[in-house]
Structure formats: structure tokens, C-alpha cells
Design a protein around this ligand. Structure first.
Ligand code: ADP
Ligand code: MG
Length: 440
């Protein structure tokens, strides 16, 4: 635990690790981690399980069996985290992570719609968007936004019953109950009653990573009933997923139609300014003084997701503390030398042109040609837009690579695509996919 304490931001440590205890049995090769409550156990195991496994392996020099258990002496007082602002309702049973709030979620173009709708859902008691369906790639802030909704809603309505689980957890609990069917009918009935009560008798249900219901027909059927028990009665459901609902494979049609009946919002990869803001915010929260210019060079390198930005801040923190140096461009580059090396082959304009042409099924030559055919113009504009977003080339350089066009043409294309993508779902989707292809 000491090692984790040294490596973890203070407030995170206080909230999640401070009141865990570990009992090590080296010979048996096992370690028991005791948490003060079941809810805490579940959240720590889900969010930090793999981190803890890694620590244990490092410290013990071998893999150990990790046993999770709730300590006998009941919830310790430190669980109602000393850090939480003012008097909060008890959230330990809700599954909500208290540090995932709107306050520390950076807003930008990439999550603007999602952020605004989330805030509305959290702030109103009449469900306007129900369900709210949030989707986007890995590490873009879906889980964070979902917990922020729950936390804010509970703050506004301290008496409300809120439950936040991963889709996997929902499935586990359901399967655990259903399994009793062949064991003992009374116990089965009782378990199902408890399950339904837990999930249907509430004001807000938040389920993370709903895509994992994919091949679970029984769970889908059950969730459909949960849905029908809540949404028509004005009880809010919030869901996250890694894809657009219509793209969820192996989902029952009736469930898909329910999932799309509310509001669907996408979180996109953060744009440059947002990445800079996130870096500065994460640095500040870790007590690290990061100059703007340092945040900018990192933001130019790390483009894919927020989790990587966080990782970068942690690496810089570790490096500068260890060497007792301030954060400068040079120390940041040293701390992140792997990242700077790995992305030494940046996205090139040629690469963008080729990928965009392929994507739209046109000839690469058409991208730079003079034709004004609408579909070619669109592809060309998208390629210019991506060139500005993803490479370090100047506007005149980009123009030159596109058949010797003027830099004002590039500016126009960038603006046009940037504004169209706010209203044009298909375009937004194209850009999302293209960015992901180019970054891999
Ligand atoms: P996802 O669920 O989409 O995979 P997470 O919500 O787990 O992503 O986000 C990954 C990490 O990045 C989390 O630590 C989260 O707090 C952080 N994060 C994501 N988006 C933002 C943002 N807009 N501002 C600040 N932190 C963010
Ligand atoms: Mg997530």
C-alpha cells in the first residue's frame, strides 16, 4: 500500500486505498485485500484490480492469488472520504466514483454535445432524454461523464436512489440469480425479486459499456424488462457504449429500438485545444506546474485518448520528482522519450490523402485534382481538415501538397468541415473513423 501511495495522486489514494488492508501469506502465494464495504470492494476491484495485481507481482517477485474480502469490523469511518466536498449523500451503495465529476471534466468541441446533454439529464427531474446513450472510443471519457451525471443528480436530489454499474456487473448479478433456478426454486425466486428490486425500484440507473450485453440474450431480455419498468415511468436510464446503437451486433431488435428512442450523443477524440486543457488540468491536480508550451508539445504528440494524456502527466510527475527538476520542454521530452520516439513517424499528408481516397472509394489523384464534383470536393476538404489537425505542416505547406492550392483554401476547407460536422452525423462519423485509422 505504501508503494501505491507514493505513486498515486493524493486524493485518489485517500478515497480508494487508504482504508484497504492487505494480509499476505507468502508461502501460500496468496494475498487477501480487505475493504471496509462490499460496494467499495467492487469499485476498487473493478477500477484498480489490475493495478493492484501489478504491484503485488512487482513487490512479491511472482504472481500471487489475490483474494478480495470485506473486513469484519464493518465500514470504517474513513470511507466517507475526508476529501469529498461539503455534506454529501452517502454514495457508497450507488457504485458511483465520487471523483468523477463535471467539475474535473474538461469540456471541448469533442464532448460538447455529450457534456451539455449529460448536464441537462443530471439537473432535471423530468427525464427529457431517456435513455441518454453516450458512445465513443476507448478512453474518451464515457465512464467519467456517466459518473458525473450520477454524482450531480444525487447532489441535487440527495434522497434519490441512484445505481451505477458496469454492464458486466449487471450480467454477473443476473446470472448469479438465474443460476439458482436449478438449485432451489425458493432461493431463485427470492434472488430474482431482490435483483429486480435493486434495479427497478430506483430513480436513475447508469450502465457502463452496454456493448458487453452483445452475446447475452438472457441479460438482454431482463434488461429490456428493467427498461420498460423505468423509462415509461419517467425514471432515467443512462448508458454508455463503444459504438453507435445501430452498430451493436447481436442485440435484440426491440432492445435496439428502445436504446435509440432517447438521445444518442457521441464523444469524439479530443481536439488539440482540449488536449492542452486536459493536460494542464491533470497536471494542476497532481500538484505539477506545467507550462503551457510543454502541454502543447505533448498535445501534438498524444492524440488518441485522454487516458494516454493522463499517463503522460503521471510519467512527468514521477520523472521530475525523482530528478528534482522543473517541468520544461526538455525534461518533459526526457520523461516521455518513449512516446516521442514512438510517434517519430507522424501522420503524413500523403498518408492522409491515400487513406481518405480509399475510405471514400475514389482515386488518390482525385484528392489533389481540380475537379469540382461535389463528392470529390468533400473528400478533398476532409483530407485538408485532417492534414491541419494531425500534422505539423503549415497552411501554405498543406495547400502546396493539395495541387498547389492557396492557404486560404485550406483555411476555408478546415472551417467548413469543422462547422459541418456539428450538424452532419455522417460526416462526423467519417472523420471519427478516419482519425482512428490514421492514428493506428
Ligand atoms: P472511457 O470510459 O470512454 O473509456 P474514461 O471515462 O474511463 O473513458 O476516461 C479515461 C480517463 O480520462 C479517466 O481517468 C477520465 O477521468 C479522463 N478523462 C476523460 N475525458 C476527460 C475530460 N474531458 N476531462 C478530464 N479528464 C477526462
Ligand atoms: Mg469506460
Amino acid at each position: 500500500m505504501e508503494q501505491i501511495k507514493a505513486d498515486t495522486p493524493h486524493d485518489v489514494y485517500q478515497t480508494w486505498f487508504a482504508d484497504l488492508t492487505a494480509e499476505v501469506e507468502l508461502e501460500a502465494g496468496s494475498i487477501t485485500i480487505l475493504a471496509p464495504s462490499g460496494a467499495k470492494l467492487r469499485t476498487v476491484r473493478e477500477s484498480y484490480g489490475s493495478t493492484i495485481t501489478q504491484y503485488v507481482r512487482r513487490l512479491a517477485g511472482k504472481d500471487m492469488d489475490i483474494v478480495w474480502a470485506v473486513a469484519d469490523n464493518g465500514p470504517s469511518t474513513s470511507f466517507s472520504a475526508p476529501q469529498t466536498e461539503d455534506k454529501q449523500p452517502d454514495i457508497s451503495a450507488t457504485g458511483l466514483l465520487p471523483y468523477l465529476t463535471f467539475e474535473n471534466l474538461v469540456e471541448g468541441q469533442a464532448n460538447q454535445m455529450a457534456y451539455a446533454s449529460a448536464l441537462q439529464v443530471a439537473s432535471s427531474t423530468k427525464s427529457i432524454y431517456n435513455p441518454l446513450f453516450i458512445y465513443g472510443g476507448v478512453g474518451l471519457g464515457k465512464t467519467h461523464l456517466m459518473h458525473a451525471i450520477g454524482n450531480r443528480f444525487l447532489k441535487n436530489n440527495p434522497k434519490a436512489k441512484v445505481l451505477c454499474v458496469s454492464a458486466q456487473q449487471y450480467t454477473h448479478e443476473f446470472v448469479d440469480a438465474i443460476r439458482l433456478k436449478n438449485v432451489n426454486l425458493d432461493r431463485y425466486t427470492e434472488a430474482m425479486r431482490k435483483f429486480d428490486e435493486r434495479y427497478r425500484n430506483i430513480d436513475m440507473l447508469l450502465i457502463d459499456d452496454i456493448q458487453s450485453f452483445r452475446d447475452k440474450d438472457g441479460t438482454q431480455t431482463n434488461f429490456f424488462l428493467t427498461f420498460e419498468n423505468m423509462v415509461p415511468h419517467g425514471k432515467q436510464i443512462v448508458l454508455t457504449s463503444d459504438t453507435y446503437p445501430k452498430n451493436l451486433p447481436e442485440f435484440q431488435d426491440r432492445l435496439l429500438s428502445r436504446l435509440t428512442q432517447g438521445l444518442i450523443v457521441m464523444i469524439e477524440p479530443p481536439e488539440f485545444e482540449m488536449r492542452v486543457q486536459i493536460l494542464l488540468q491533470k497536471a494542476e491536480r497532481s500538484g505539477l506546474e506545467m507550462p503551457q508550451e510543454v502541454a502543447e508539445i505533448i498535445a501534438k504528440r498524444i492524440k488518441s485518448n485522454v487516458r494516454e494524456l493522463e499517463g503522460a502527466v503521471q510519467q512527468i510527475l514521477a520523472y521530475t520528482r525523482f530528478h528534482q527538476v522543473p517541468v520544461t520542454i526538455d525534461t518533459a521530452k526526457m520523461a516521455l522519450r518513449d512516446i516521442f520516439k514512438a510517434s517519430a513517424t507522424p501522420v503524413t499528408i500523403e498518408n492522409i490523402q491515400k487513406t481518405v481516397a480509399e475510405y471514400y472509394g475514389i482515386k488518390p489523384g482525385d484528392i489533389v485534382a481540380k475537379s469540382r464534383k461535389a463528392n470529390l470536393v468533400r473528400a478533398r476538404q476532409v483530407a485538408m481538415y485532417l492534414s491541419k489537425e494531425l500534422t505539423n505542416k503549415s497552411l501554405p505547406e498543406i495547400g502546396a501538397m493539395f495541387g498547389g492550392r492557396d492557404h486560404t483554401t485550406v483555411i476555408y476547407a478546415h472551417r467548413k468541415v469543422n462547422s459541418d460536422r456539428n450538424t452532419d452525423e455522417a460526416l462526423k462519423h467519417d472523420i471519427h473513423l478516419l482519425e482512428q485509422r490514421l492514428k493506428n
